[in-house]
Design a protein around this ligand. Structure first.
Ligand SMILES: Nc1nc2c(ncn2[C@@H]2O[C@H](COP(=O)(O)OP(=O)(O)OP(=O)(O)O)[C@@H](O)[C@H]2O)c(=O)[nH]1
Ligand SMILES: [Mg+2]
Ligand SMILES: [Zn+2]
Length: 317
């Protein structure tokens, strides 16, 4: 049997990884359960696989090579190069892969649990650094009256003002869902956000025939209960892939330097290079063009505060 090497991500580490034989097939990772993974073969059939050792982390959305090893089971033998990779920091601030080959990050927020703009900002920075569009979805609009809706619209103006799209949805009243469906069609997107904002409920609206676990908010705290436990890929009826992810309490970007952080705030770009000091960190330096832009409300002062918080957080690691 001939064996040749393809697209190894770590050739120096292991010369036997990512091998292709006559038996190798293509697959798409649907869910990683830890010890085993569910992959979809070229005919849309699900196959339970274990990875060959030394491949490194394999995540939802990865395109892989695998070899059959029994009835509906197999061994993953290689990972195709990823065109994008979303990561988050683990306990030791190392970047841990979350999902691969994304075109869009859909940040879901709601009224319950309360909108956390700092968390949204971290996700928009992650999207900018990954190189994909963020889309903000404010779900549970059925819980808003005209006053609270107006105040929400004002709060998200920080995002619409810099060119990010914001959609308002309610899975209960089934409003805004067609617009969301349109934004998802033909792309690979991931739903991220706090637990209990309604990520899985949105998927259930888009794919009503599926049996997806939906959580009840804890009555005492109003917080979600982390119903979704494994990041899972779904195919959309009109084309496109949608990945559901477990809710988070916090999202940490992992190792990022100051230049990456300032690039992560797209509204800073016109001011970069205009500060008095070429290595200005936009914290409290004199002659800072970013700070002036915020003073004149050309940049959201609240977003500048998030940036500063992230600079401080990245120094502490
Ligand atoms: N009022 C209202 N409740 C909603 C809406 N969408 C979802 N919910 C409720 O919010 C709760 C949490 O929904 P899930 O879809 O499980 O939330 P999730 O974001 O997937 O949560 P995790 O899987 O824990 O991350 C459930 O009780 C849903 O019924 C909505 O549009 N309006
Ligand atoms: Mg869920
Ligand atoms: Zn500056």
């Amino acid at each position: 049997m001939s064996a040749k090497k393809i697209s190894s991500r770590s050739p120096a580490r292991n010369n036997t990884s990512n091998t292709v034989t006559d038996n190798t097939r293509e697959g798409l990772v649907i869910v990683n359960y830890g010890k085993s993974l569910l992959i979809e073969d070229g005919h849309g059939e699900l196959v339970r696989c274990v990875p060959r050792r030394s491949l490194g982390p394999i995540v939802c959305g990865d395109r892989i090579g695998w070899e059959p090893a029994g009835d509906r089971s197999g061994v993953i033998t290689g990972i195709e190069p990823r065109h994008t990779l979303l990561t988050r920091a683990d306990g030791e601030n190392r970047a841990r892969p979350l999902a691969a080959n994304l075109d869009q990050i859909v940040i879901v927020a709601a009224t319950e649990p309360e909108l956390d703009e700092y968390l949204v900002d971290k996700y928009t920075v992650a999207a900018e650094l990954v190189g994909v569009q963020p889309l903000l979805v404010i779900n549970k609009t059925d819980l808003l009256d005209s006053n609270t809706r107006a105040s929400f619209e004002q709060r998200v103006a920080d995002y619409t003002g810099i060119g990010y799209r914001v959609l308002f949805t309610s899975t209960l009243a089934n409003t805004g869902v067609p617009a969301l469906e349109q934004a998802l069609t033909g792309r690979t997107s991931i739903l991220v956000g706090q637990s209990g904002v309604g990520k899985s409920s949105l998927i259930k609206r888009l794919l009503p025939e599926l049996d997806i676990a939906i959580g009840k908010l804890s009555e005492a705290s109003g917080l979600g209960r982390h119903t979704t436990t494994a990041t899972t890929l779904y195919h959309l009826p009109e084309g496109g892939k949608l990945i559901d992810s477990p809710g988070v309490r916090d999202f940490r970007l992992g190792p990022v330097d100051r230049v990456q952080l300032e690039q992560g705030f797209r509204e800073f770009r016109n001011s970069l290079g205009q500060c008095k000091f070429h290595n200005c960190r936009h914290m409290s330096e004199p002659g800072c063009a970013v700070a002036s832009a915020a003073q004149e409300n050309r940049i959201s002062p609240r977003r500048l505060e998030s940036y500063r918080q992230l600079v401080i957080a990245s120094q502490g690691t």
